[in-house]
Design a protein around this ligand. Structure first.
Ligand code: NAI
Length: 262
């Protein structure tokens, strides 16, 4: 556990769905939320991975398959969660198609088919998840949505147009939800991670992938710390935003990057 005893029950009884939870930041979040007492649905296109995460998390946490670019699939995942837990108090909308995360392209060279898929998952998918959870969240006096965007949304991005554009769209969606649905009890915020060594990234770095190393060096040179970010650096922040301790945080973009972008 990462916590002192007095924080263990901060999310006791909360019912939360995490979209994009089989690996990386979402997987760490599922484990952390469960540790803090929440009942969590780990939803992912990689349902085997999400199932393993749910089993490791323990408690009443369980897994479902979802493709967030598919409206019916998203609605099904949310319905399964509401059926199981009797309602919903929070959502972490974190899934992303990461083919473009290390893209080396520009507005002229970019592949439009890749752009369309990125929009379908990283932007439209976040809208679909939002639409599916809102009617349940508004039934409660206090509920919350956390989106995972990226520092790419507000930093200079000479080489990753698709990624940066969709993440900036997620920030705009978050502000819409925060301003429109606050009166109905819903807070919305963005977690904006800096470079984070997640499972896939670790694998390609160990495989000595030149591209991964280039990005890691790029961010290492910019961080005031002596290490890069890990998934666990984000999980506690998501837990805070979904808890009563984070109740007065609304409409915020929380940079979690060790100071690599300020
Ligand atoms: P990851 O690849 O470990 O996690 C992404 C998860 O989303 C995976 O479990 C994947 O199966 C799932 N997913 C992909 N497409 C899906 C779909 N259509 N439907 C449902 N699930 C789908 O990567 P990571 O790094 O943990 O990424 C999580 C979030 O953090 C993403 O939104 C990413 O853009 C963001 N982020 C990551 C950074 C990094 O350096 N790793 C930096 C800034 C933001």
């Amino acid at each position: 556990g990462h916590m002192e005893n007095d924080m263990k029950d901060r999310l006791k009884g909360r019912r939360i769905i995490v979209f994009g939870s089989a690996t990386g930041i979402g997987a760490a979040t599922v484990k952390r939320l469960t540790e803090e007492g929440a009942r969590v649905c780990a939803a992912d296109i990689n349902v085997e991975g999400a199932t393993q995460v749910a089993v490791e998390a323990g408690g009443e946490t369980f897994a479902v398959h979802v493709d967030i670019s598919d409206e019916a699939s998203v609605n099904q995942a949310v319905a399964a969660t509401v059926d199981r837990f009797g309602g919903l108090d929070g959502a972490h909308i974190n899934a992303a198609d990461l083919r473009v995360i290390m893209e080396d392209s520009d507005a002229l060279a970019m592949d439009l088919a890749v752009f369309d898929r990125t929009v379908a998952v990283n932007l439209r998918g976040h809208l679909l998840c939002t639409r599916a959870v809102l009617p349940h969240l508004t039934k409660n006096a206090a509920s919350a949505i956390v989106y995972t965007s990226s520092g790419s949304a507000h930093g200079a991005e000479p080489t990753r147009p698709s990624y940066a554009m969709t993440k900036a769209g997620v920030n705009a969606l978050m502000r819409h939800v925060a301003s429109r649905w606050g009166k109905e009890g819903v807070t919305a915020n963005v977690l904006a991670p800096g470079f984070t060594v997640t499972g896939e990234m670790k694998k390609s770095m160990e495989g000595n992938a030149e591209e991964a190393k280039k990005w890691a060096d790029h961010f290492m040179a910019r961080t005031p710390h002596t290490r890069l970010g890990e998934s666990e650096d984000h999980a506690g922040v998501v837990a805070l935003l979904l808890s009563d301790d984070g109740r007065w945080i609304n409409g915020s973009i929380i940079d979690v990057n060790g100071g690599s972008l300020m």
